[in-house]
Write a protein that binds this ligand. Structure first.
Ligand code: SAM
Length: 413
C-alpha cells in the first residue's frame, strides 16, 4: 500500500473512532436528561430524548431498556393482538360502514392506532375527531393517519374524552360516537361512565352509537385443564391447596383458552344488559339459576360479553369465539357433579366498572321448615373472593353470620 494512502486510511479510522466516542458521550448525556424528565406529558419528551440518544448511538443499552420500559408503561401490550384480531376489525368495519353516513361528524373515543377513525373516514364521514388519553399513542396514530392520506379528514386529539369541549376540540356535537373501550368483562375500562358523558355532552340528541348495546352473560363450564392450570393440587408431592384462595377468578389468555378447552354444561343466561346509546351508570344486581343440560363436572362459571355494534353485527368473547380478548372464569371452590336438569344459583353485582359473582347453596332453616335461606357459599369480586360472606337477596330470607343456618342440606344441583 502506498505510504500516503495508508496514512489517510489511518486518519479516517481515528476520526471515525473519535466521532463514535463523541456520539456515545452525547447519547449518555441525552439518556441522563431523559431520566430527569418528568412523565407528566405522557412520556413525549422522554421518548424524544431517548430516540435522539439512539440516533447517535444505535446500540446504547440503557436508552433501549428505558425506551422499552416507557412504551410498556404507556402503550398497553394488548394493542398488538387487538389490531391483529381480524374478526374484531371486520365487525367494526362492517358496523361503521352500516352506520356512518356521508356528511356525518364522527367522534371516535380511544383512537389507538387510528383504525376505527380511518374506517369512519372511509365510510364517508365529513370529519372524524378521535381522542386518545395516551399522548404517545396519539402521536403515533397521527403518523399512521397521515401515511394513509387521511390527515385532512381526521383530527387526533391527545385527550381523555371527558376533557373534550364542543366548540373547542370539535366544532359541533357528533352524529355518531364510535368506541371500543371494553375489557374482557365489558365494564373494566369505564365504558359506562365514558359513554354516558359522551352521549350527553359531545353528541347530538339522536346520535348513533357503535356499539349500541352490550350484555354480560354466564354459563357453567367444565375444564380439568383450567383447574389444573389455576389451582394445581400438588407440586412435587406437596399439597398446595392452602394457596388456592388466591386463584378464584381465572383470567384466561387466548392461548390458555385454546389449550384448556372449556366445555359448556348448559345454556347461557343474561346477567346484565347495557344500552350504550343512552347509558346509565347505576349499579345492578341479579340472581340467576344456571342450568345444566349435560352431565359432567362443574368447575367454573364462565362470564363473557356480547356487543351489538350495529343490527346483526356482534363481537363477543364467548366460548365459541376466537380473538384477542381474554376470557374470565370464576372458579368453584370445589368441583361439583353436573347432571341434566341440575342448576347452580348465582348472584351477580356490577358497579360502574367491576363485577362480582357469588354462588348460592340452598339451606334449610330448621326453625321454620317453610323458609329457605340462601347462603352465599362463595363470593368472587373480580380478583377477590370473600369466603363466607353473607349478602342479602331481594327474594329470599337471609342467612347472616349471627344466625347461621343449622345445617347445609344440599347444593342446588
Ligand atoms: C381498545 S383500544 C381501541 C383503539 C381503536 N379505536 C381500535 O378499535 O382499533 C382503546 C383505546 O382507547 C383509549 N381510551 C380509552 N378510554 C378513553 C377515553 N375515555 N378517552 C380517550 N381515550 C381513551 C385507550 O388508551 C386505547 O388506546
Amino acid at each position: 500500500m502506498p505510504k500516503d494512502f495508508a496514512l489517510t486510511f489511518h486518519d479516517d479510522d481515528h476520526l471515525h473512532q473519535e466521532r463514535e466516542h463523541q456520539q456515545a458521550q452525547d447519547a449518555d448525556r441525552l439518556v441522563q436528561l431523559a431520566k430527569l424528565e418528568p412523565l407528566s406529558d405522557g412520556g413525549l419528551r422522554t421518548s424524544k430524548l431517548l430516540l435522539e440518544a439512539l440516533s447517535k448511538a444505535p446500540h446504547h443499552h440503557e436508552a433501549k431498556v428505558l425506551l422499552d420500559r416507557l412504551y410498556q408503561l404507556f402503550v398497553p401490550r394488548w394493542h398488538f393482538p387487538m389490531l391483529a384480531d381480524r374478526v374484531r376489525n371486520r365487525a367494526y368495519a362492517a358496523a361503521i360502514a352500516a352506520k356512518v353516513r356521508p356528511g356525518d361528524v364522527v367522534l371516535d373515543i380511544g383512537c389507538g392506532a387510528g383504525l376505527t377513525a380511518m374506517l369512519a373516514a372511509r365510510a364517508g364521514a365529513e370529519h372524524v375527531y378521535t381522542c386518545e388519553q395516551h399522548p404517545l399513542i396519539a402521536q403515533a396514530a397521527a403518523r399512521v393517519i397521515e401515511e394513509n392520506g387521511l390527515a385532512d379528514r381526521i383530527t387526533v386529539i391527545p385527550k381523555l374524552s371527558r376533557n373534550l369541549i364542543v366548540g373547542v376540540d370539535l366544532p359541533e356535537p357528533a352524529d355518531v360516537v364510535i368506541s371500543e373501550i371494553v375489557d374482557t368483562m365489558l365494564l373494566g375500562e369505564g365504558a359506562l361512565a365514558t359513554l354516558k358523558h359522551a352521549m350527553e355532552t359531545l353528541a347530538k340528541p339522536d346520535a348513533r352509537a357503535i356499539p349500541e348495546r352490550g350484555r354480560l352473560m354466564a354459563r357453567l363450564v367444565e375444564s380439568d385443564k383450567l383447574l389444573n392450570l389455576w389451582r394445581p393440587q400438588e407440586a412435587e408431592g406437596f399439597d398446595l391447596s392452602a394457596f388456592h384462595h388466591f386463584a378464584t377468578v381465572a383470567r384466561i389468555t387466548p392461548n390458555d383458552f385454546a389449550a384448556c378447552g372449556l366445555r359448556s354444561l348448559g345454556p347461557a343466561k343474561d346477567l346484565f344488559g347495557f344500552d350504550f346509546t343512552s347509558p346509565e351508570i347505576l349499579a345492578g344486581r341479579t340472581t340467576e339459576q344456571l342450568d345444566c343440560s349435560d352431565a359432567g363436572t362443574m368447575h367454573a362459571v364462565f362470564v363473557y360479553f356480547e356487543l351489538d355494534l350495529a343490527p346483526g353485527i356482534q363481537v363477543t368473547n364467548g366460548l365459541q369465539s376466537d380473538g384477542h380478548w381474554g376470557r374470565t372464569a370464576f372458579l368453584l371452590n370445589q368441583p361439583r357433579s353436573a347432571e341434566p336438569g341440575g342448576t347452580l344459583t348465582i348472584t351477580a353485582h356490577h358497579d360502574t366498572s367491576e363485577l362480582s359473582v357469588s354462588v348460592h347453596a340452598a339451606v334449610d332453616c330448621t326453625d321454620d321448615a317453610h323458609q329457605r335461606a340462601i347462603l352465599m357459599e362463595q363470593v368472587w369480586v373480580l380478583g377477590t373472593r370473600c369466603d363466607d360472606t353473607f349478602l342479602p337477596s331481594s327474594t329470599s330470607h337471609y342467612a347472616k353470620p349471627g344466625n347461621a343456618p343449622a345445617k347445609v342440606v344440599e347444593f342446588q344441583i
